[in-house]
Every structure is written in C-alpha cells, then in structure tokens.
Design a protein around this ligand. Structure first.
Ligand code: NAD
Length: 298
C-alpha cells in the first residue's frame, strides 16, 4: 500500500514541493498556521490536518519545511506536536534549513518514541521547488534514506546521503556560505563596472561563460538588471543561515571571517527594512556605498 505523507509548512518552498507529491500520485495530509496555502492544497486533493499531532497520526512519513530550528522543535516536540501523534516507525524528514546541532537534538528526542529522522535540507530555491529539481542533502541512516528516496526524488533531481543526522544541514551551511559570498562578489563587481560607466548587462553576458560564471550569477544577475527583489529566498532567512553557520563554526573552533562580513551586510539591509527582499537584493548594500544603481540600460 502506498505510504501516506504528512506535509507541514507550506510556504514559498513547501507549497510547490507538496504540490509535486500530489501530482506524483501520493496522498497528503497538510498543515500550516496560515490558512490560504492549506486551502490551495485541499483543492488539489490533500486532506487538511488540524495540528502537527493530527497530521502525524494520519501519516507514515511526515515532511517539515519550516523557517528555522525553533519552529521545527515546536512543531515536532511541542504541544500537539508530531511526537504526540506519531505511530512507532514513522519517518520524519525535516527539509528545513536549521542548525545541525538542532537536527541532532530533535532526532535524539523522537528516537525515544520509535520515530526515525532524516535531516534533508534543499538547495535550488523556488523555481527548482516548482520544477521538482531541487538538490537534496540528507543526513541519517541508509535504511531510512532508502525507504524515502523515491519520495525525495519527486521533489529533487538529486538526493545524496551525506552521513549521520545533522550532516544534511552541515552541507546546507556550506552551500549557504558559498551562495552568500558569491552574491557579494557579484554585487561588488557589478557596482564597480556600472559606476565606471560600463553596461552591467554586457559585463554579465561577457563573463558568464568564463571562470567567473556561476549558477548564482545566472540566477541573480537578470533579476538585479530588472530591479526585481521579490523573494525567492528572503534576506532574513539567509541571515538565519549565516548565524547558524557562525554558531556551528565557533562550536568546532573554525573562524569564518568572510561569512561574518556578508552577514553584517545583510544585517545592515535588514535594519534598512529590506529583510523581506530576495537575497539578490544584497547588491543594494554595495550600491549605497558607491551611490549608483545597477540596472538595465536604455
Ligand atoms: P516561508 O517562510 O515561505 O515558509 C515557511 C512556512 O512555515 C510558512 O508557510 C509558515 O506559515 C509556516 N510555519 C511557520 N511556523 C509554523 C508552525 N509552527 N506550524 C506550521 N507552519 C508553520 O519559508 P521558505 O522560503 O519556504 O523556506 C522554508 C525553509 O527552506 C527555510 O529553512 C529556508 O531557509 C529553506 N530554504 C528556502 C529556499 C528559498 O529559496 N526560499 C531555498 C532553500 C531552502
């Protein structure tokens, strides 16, 4: 019999991921504290759960896609949480990006009730969540991973088991450092070119096929040229990831000087009221320093 999937957290990422599972023929019970996305999924055939506990009681597998560690702890371990409704053997797949240590703590707490947990954060953003082509980085044991691999492959084009629980989020932190620093480098360079009187669109076209080309450049530069900072991935979520990176780094005695700098740039944008912008909006920090705007010319 096909496994029933609970899905909790239907935001920018969770909603399209859940939609893809429905399209692939899975039966879903869904929950979010916001009503609209729940209604949208019910129209597509999902059942609405009343609480994380209720979702868990009706599911063999529960997927969570929530903002950060405290939200996942509350939904899984809190009052009316997943742990209260889960049958023994349930698999919890947390796909949120949270602190690796929090993933390990949650896994240890649910293990006492016979719940198996994987941490499986994703990369690729909203477009890849919609296309079902996310990159999924998984921590946990291999047997549990094998049981849910087909389900993960509906949402992602790759799902790689990295190591024990927590290693999925460790990988995601590495990913987030690389993405943040790439956006900062792109921003600094494009502000320089623009203020020096060179068309940034032509700079982008000229360099995108060379060594400076990157997925980040191709995803973010067209949006910058259109001055489109609609998220996507909000600056406040990237601040959360970089804070988790610093905590994790300091926990294992690794200084992160570049991450710290970009975190402070993002923080300055937050103070400026831009925390809801896409992280590509980081360029606005560099634009303010140089008093210039990078945009499509003519
Ligand atoms: P989001 O804020 O759009 O969605 C989070 C959802 O969780 C919201 O619908 C919110 O109502 C719900 N929620 C919050 N607390 C809840 C609770 N207690 N019970 C039930 N639902 C609750 O965020 P998002 O952009 O979808 O990101 C989700 C996770 O995925 C984050 O950890 C983020 O870092 C990560 N991520 C996001 C992107 C992206 O491009 N947006 C890409 C990769 C990874």
């Amino acid at each position: 019999m096909q496994k029933k999937i609970g899905f909790i957290g239907l935001g920018i990422m969770g909603k399209p991921m859940a939609k893809n599972l429905i399209k692939a023929g899975y039966s879903l019970v869904v929950y979010d504290i916001v009503e609209d996305p729940v209604k949208e999924l019910v129209e597509l055939g999902a059942e609405a759960g009343e609480s994380p506990k209720d979702v868990a009681s009706k599911s063999d597998i529960v997927i969570t896609m929530l903002p950060n560690s405290p939200h996942v702890k509350e939904v899984v371990l809190g009052e009316n949480g997943v742990i209260e409704g889960a049958k023994e053997g349930l698999i919890l797949v947390d796909m949120s990006s949270i602190a690796p240590i929090a993933a390990q703590e949650i896994a240890a707490a649910v293990k006492e009730k016979g719940i198996r947990m994987l941490d499986a954060p994703v990369s690729g953003g909203e477009p890849k969540a919609i296309d079902g082509t996310l990159s999924i980085m998984v921590g946990g044991d291999e047997e549990t991973f094998k049981e849910v691999e087909d389900i993960l492959k509906v949402m992602g084009s790759s799902a790689v088991l990295i190591g024990d629980v927590g290693s999925g989020n460790m990988t995601k932190l590495a990913n987030q450092i690389i993405v943040a620093l790439n956006i900062a480098a792109m921003s600094e360079a494009m502000v320089l070119a623009t203020k020096a009187g060179v068309d940034p669109e032509k700079v982008y076209q000229a360099i995108r096929g060379g060594l400076a080309g990157s997925t980040v450049l191709d995803a973010k530069m067209p949006l910058v040229l259109e001055r489109n900072f609609k998220p996507g991935f909000r600056i406040e979520l990237h601040i959360k990831d970089l804070m988790n990176a610093l905590d994790t780094g300091h926990g294992v005695d690794v200084p992160l000087p570049l991450t710290t700098q970009v975190l402070e740039m993002m923080y300055a944008l937050k103070v400026d009221g831009k925390q809801g912008d896409d992280h590509g909006g980081l360029i606005q920090f560099f634009e303010k320093l140089a008093n210039v705007e990078v945009k499509r010319q003519n």
